[in-house]
Design a protein around this ligand. Structure first.
Ligand code: FES
Length: 138
């Protein structure tokens, strides 16, 4: 099986590529099958909605196309909704992937999960570092 026209098109004109200034969630994962790396940057607002998503990768055409689509999909979603996005939805959107390239699309899903974990880690740290500021002022 070859790449679908959609994969080739998105690979040539990926959206959401690059790093994100002001990101408050960053996830980096590696693909044990090929050794490629995927990094996702998110900006999550105070309501827990993903306002912006970008990626950088050393991955192949399938990884680039899948992550470009996944970033589009999760923008505007809440964290909980984004965690439900599966690589199978991305593959469907792309019109399928060659079987040996399925693992590449997993990078997007895993990197999103890693970024959200990072977000929660940062939040926890912030909460710990903050002095008790919620006491009533005299
Ligand atoms: Fe490594 Fe596709 S071959 S991400």
């Amino acid at each position: 099986m070859e790449y679908s026209a959609k994969v080739i098109d998105i690979f040539k004109n990926p959206r959401n590529a690059g790093s994100l200034r002001g990101a408050n969630a960053v996830g980096k994962v590696g693909n044990s099958a090929c050794g490629d790396i995927m990094k996702i940057y998110l900006y999550i607002n105070d309501e827990g909605v993903i306002e912006e998503a970008k990626f950088k990768t050393f991955g192949c055409a399938a990884a680039i196309a899948a992550t470009s689509v996944a970033c589009d999909m999760i923008k505007g979603m809440t964290i909980e909704e984004a965690l439900e996005v599966k690589n199978s939805q991305v593959i469907d959107y792309l019109g399928g992937l060659p079987p040996q390239k399925i693992h590449c699309s997993l990078l997007a899903e895993e990197a999103i999960h890693a970024a959200i974990e990072d977000y929660y880690r940062r939040k926890e740290k912030e909460a710990k570092d903050e002095p008790d500021g919620d006491e009533d002022e005299e």
